[in-house]
Design a protein around this ligand. Structure first.
Ligand code: GUN
Length: 283
């Protein structure tokens, strides 16, 4: 039996339709959700991501502002812009696209965003809220993965989830979200001695490494849910994830494709967070 493909595009479309409906209601009551996206420099990938975010805002009926600055913008000037956006009542969410140029301290910039507008979920206050299970914004990519896992209908309570990767914005928050749903969580990383030993026990595998073929069929328990956060290019230049999709789909119960799995969910959860910020501001 081959795995059921988890369709990220379909789930994203469903969630975005709900966001658009709630946005129309909130706007009719006098509050249009507003997102400010700040892009510094000319990084080509960042320009593509930012374009997608601004388009998604327009499609959902949000007010959105794209602020673009040259790579020579000073840290002080950027902090000044963040302060102005923090004080702007039309803006409910602020996203500073990463990476920033080297002369700017990204941590300092993220720390300057008002936590109630931190729709990326990168602020230490947002990370702390996730850690303690108190209200706050969840980082969009792992939050999108949780929605994909939920869409399979499996109950995470008592299940063994293995997260591969420990970045601050993906691997670590992913592990905390799974823990909050009562999964037993193992976090594997570049220093893990025997990755296969861990993944073979997993009911859920989330791969967030950035290296193709990190998870192969011999590493997966039959029937497991496999979520692939990787975005890599193979030797032929084709987009691929961290999971050997063709091999693993013969063993897994559910699997996300790349593209069309986690990718469309990241921007969707940004919309969900921004709408929630606007709803809180209007309450
Ligand atoms: N750069 C790559 N992904 C992201 C993201 O989700 N948010 C921000 N702010 N920058 C990014």
């Amino acid at each position: 039996m081959t795995a059921t493909i988890i369709d990220g595009n379909a789930l994203a479309a469903q969630l975005r339709a709900d966001v658009a409906r709630r946005t129309a209601e909130l706007t009719a009551r006098g509050t249009q959700p507003g997102l400010a996206v700040v892009l510094v420099g000319e990084d080509p990938a960042s320009q593509v991501y930012v374009g997608k975010k601004v388009q998604a805002c327009a499609d959902a009926g949000f007010h959105s502002v794209l602020e673009r600055y040259g790579a020579d913008l000073t840290e002080a000037d950027l902090l000044g812009r963040i302060a102005a956006l923090n004080a702007d009542p039309r803006i409910h969410g602020i996203l500073v696209q990463l990476p920033l140029p080297k002369h700017i301290d990204a941590q300092k910039v993220i720390a300057a965003i008002a936590p109630e507008k931190d729709v990326d979920g990168f602020h230490v206050a947002s990370a702390g809220a996730l850690l303690t299970g108190t209200p706050g914004f969840w980082s969009c990519t792992p939050y999108g993965c949780m929605k994909l896992i939920e869409s399979t209908g499996i109950d995470l309570r008592g299940k063994h989830a293995v997260v591969i990767g420990r970045s601050n914005n993906v691997g670590k928050p992913m592990a905390l979200m799974l823990l909050q749903k009562n999964a037993t969580v193992t976090v594997c990383h570049s220093a893990t001695a025997n990755l296969k030993h861990h993944t073979l026990q997993a009911d859920v595998i989330v791969a967030a490494v950035g290296r193709q073929n990190t998870v192969t069929a011999d590493m997966v328990k039959p029937g497991a849910v496999v979520i692939d956060i990787g975005m890599n290019r193979n030797a032929a230049g084709k987009l691929c994830g961290d999971v050997d999709f063709e091999g693993v789909k013969q063993v897994a119960g559910w699997i996300t494709p790349v593209p069309g799995g986690v990718g469309p969910m990241t921007v969707t959860m940004l919309l969900v967070n921004t709408l929630q910020a606007a709803e809180r501001a209007a309450a």
